[in-house]
Design a protein around this ligand. Structure first.
Ligand code: SF4
Ligand code: SF4
Length: 288
């Protein structure tokens, strides 16, 4: 049985038992990204679409604070504020930090959570921790740059764009440093790994082993959902059997998250009762 860290008691993603009574809101304040994953297309937005990277509107920090007031009025079960896109929160550091600071000041009882590819995360972890962020998710799809280079089209550090092996090496080294530092700051760390058949399926256990060594708390294996128009658009989704095999291999090393709902970047409500459709007009109003 997995022991739940007391910090995660009210976090429905890190504590499955909380998912019926506590909810989360994702504030879409981070439109830009600093890498290109070969499975991602953030341009596609559709209210019927439920996956990370999708949002009905993007908010500025002051707008996010206003929106949050309205969300809490109608959905008081929200216990977690997460920033998960639609790009990468750390490719929008100012907006992300300002949003968290404002909201933490106003709602110190809420938990704050961030989901990032890890490229530009380590440099801001002290500030994030000081602003109340207790839970971090880093998406790690490879711990071997020879595999990583097949997954990432490019990686942008400041004004320099790296491709191929060089980009994958840079991303991996930053991810490892960020995870190490987050753990040293006492944060709860989850890893998301996208399972990509024929690319990293035989490698996910190695990811779990490396993450365990770093003290990671939990790992979430998400089967790729190929999106048309992306380099991985023609891949097949992993079979149920492959997913089960990979998850069993991960579970030998780390607790596994099994209840992820692959939420949109503007998700609101309980994990099993997402209300982003209902809040969509309120989100749009707050964004204008
Ligand atoms: Fe898309 Fe996220 Fe990858 Fe950026 S890090 S390209 S937003 S999946
Ligand atoms: Fe939780 Fe998964 Fe939704 Fe993130 S995408 S809020 S981890 S259920």
């Amino acid at each position: 049985m997995t022991t739940i860290n007391p910090k995660s008691e009210r976090h429905p993603c890190f504590n499955k038992d909380a998912k019926g009574s506590y909810g989360r809101v994702h504030l879409p304040v981070a439109p830009r990204c600093n890498i290109q994953c070969n499975f991602c297309n953030r341009r596609y937005d559709c209210v019927n679409e439920s996956r990370p990277g999708v949002t009905s509107a993007v908010l500025a920090p002051a707008q996010a604070a206003r929106y949050m007031d309205r969300v809490l009025e109608k959905e008081p079960r929200i216990s977690v504020v997460g920033i998960a896109g639609p790009g990468d929160p750390m490719a929008n550091q100012e907006e992300t930090l300002e949003t968290i600071r404002r909201l933490h000041e106003k709602h110190p009882d809420l938990l704050f959570c961030l989901s990032s590819n890890g490229l530009a995360l380590e440099e801001k972890l002290d500030e994030l921790a000081a602003s109340g962020v207790s839970h971090i998710t880093v998406t790690v799809n490879a711990v071997d740059p020879a595999i990583g280079e097949k997954i990432y089209g490019w990686v942008r550090d400041g004004k320099v764009v790296y491709r191929g092996r060089e980009g994958a090496e840079l991303l991996l080294s930053r991810q490892l440093a960020a995870i190490r530092k987050a753990k040293s700051l006492g944060m709860i760390v989850k890893i998301n790994t996208i399972l990509i058949p024929g690319v990293n399926d035989a490698h996910v256990e190695d990811i779990a082993i490396t993450m365990k060594e770093l003290g990671v708390d939990i790992l979430n294996v998400l089967p790729i959902k190929p999106v048309a128009g992306t380099p991985f658009g023609d891949l097949e989704e992993p079979s149920g059997e492959l997913l089960r095999t990979v998850r069993a291999a991960v579970e030998k090393h780390l607790p596994l998250m099994r209840h992820c709902r692959r939420c949109r970047a503007d998700a609101v409500g309980l994990l099993d009762n997402d209300r982003s459709g209902e809040f969509s007009s309120c989100l749009k109003e707050c964004s204008s």
